[in-house]
Design a protein around this ligand. Structure first.
Ligand code: SAH
Length: 270
């Protein structure tokens, strides 16, 4: 390794070009941006939709398919109609963004299938007159991923705090949500198994990764009248199932809903 030149030996600015100091580099002095950023911005500049077609039309078709599949909560459907899913995935995958499929977002993780996300959001509202047509209140999301579901939640809630354990995805979501944040969103890099005690209690808790069991902190941090939806291991089938937990004045009530397949809920942050 060659020794880094001391900045004092160069005229102001040149040391930056030589890579001596990165922190103060202005965009003009940064010859190469990450390729995915450049490609994404080029796509956005070329067409406001970034899809080469009217993305609101393909989104409407996705919403009609969700409706045909049984999703009937109008605010949930409106959120899907509003958030451009193709802008949360790599440009190469943008044309698949409105199919009902999970897609890779890097680091062995995936953005969840629209129908599964819609089902979970519907479960959060289901059968609860206080929430029907209303708001999810203060939300804790575990597993920010690329931030797509966070953007949906932001349209349905008063406030969203979303935790991601992988730093590069946390950063990616921050980048993605810069343009699409429709509400009060806070992103946290950390282990979501611990919940977020300083901001508890939450009216809604939703997890996008499934563990062997339900972390005790989540139930503890659920407000009275609040609801939690999370995938958990199902001993009976050996797969995963959505668990719905309600905290009521007289105690905690839980029930199992649909069979699902989410990425694992892991401990610690990286
Ligand atoms: N809703 C996301 C789905 C991401 S996949 C989206 O729209 O993109 C689930 C995410 O959960 C992954 O990014 C994974 O890193 C994260 N995850 C897994 N265990 C976690 C934990 N203990 N705390 C926080 N995030 C976790």
């Amino acid at each position: 390794m060659t020794k880094k030149p001391s900045p004092a030996r160069f005229p102001v600015g040149l040391d930056r070009l030589g890579g001596g100091s990165r922190t103060a580099a202005s965009p003009l002095l940064r010859p190469q941006r990450p390729v995915h950023e450049a490609a994404r911005d080029a796509a956005r500049a070329a067409s406001p939709s970034g899809l080469g077609m009217d993305s609101s039309a393909v989104r409407r078709r996705m919403v009609e398919r969700l409706r045909a599949g049984g999703v009937d909560h109008e605010a949930v459907l409106a959120a899907f109609a509003a958030v451009p899913r193709h802008e949360f995935v790599d440009t190469a995958l943008a044309t698949q963004a409105y199919e009902d499929t999970s897609l890779p977002i890097g680091f062995n993780q995936t953005i969840s299938k629209p129908s599964v996300v819609a089902r979970m959001l519907s479960l959060l509202f289901e059968g609860d007159s206080a929430r029907t047509g209303g708001s999810l209140g203060r939300v804790l999301e575990i597993g920010t991923g690329c931030g797509y579901q966070t953007a949906l939640l932001a349209r349905l809630a008063r406030r969203v705090l979303s935790i991601e354990r992988l730093k590069p995805l946390h950063d990616k979501a921050r980048d993605n949500l810069q343009t699409h944040r429709g509400g009060d969103v806070r992103l946290v890099w950390g282990d979501g198994r611990l919940g977020h005690a300083p901001n508890a209690p939450f009216d809604t808790i939703i997890a996008a990764a499934g563990g062997e069991d339900l972390p005790a902190a989540w139930v503890e941090q659920l407000a009275e009248g609040g609801r939690l939806v999370a995938p958990v291991h199902d001993a009976a089938s050996g797969g995963q199932v959505l668990l719905v937990v309600d905290r009521r004045a007289d105690g905690v009530v839980q029930r199992l809903a649909d069979a699902v397949h989410f990425v694992p809920l892991k401990s610690g942050k990286q």
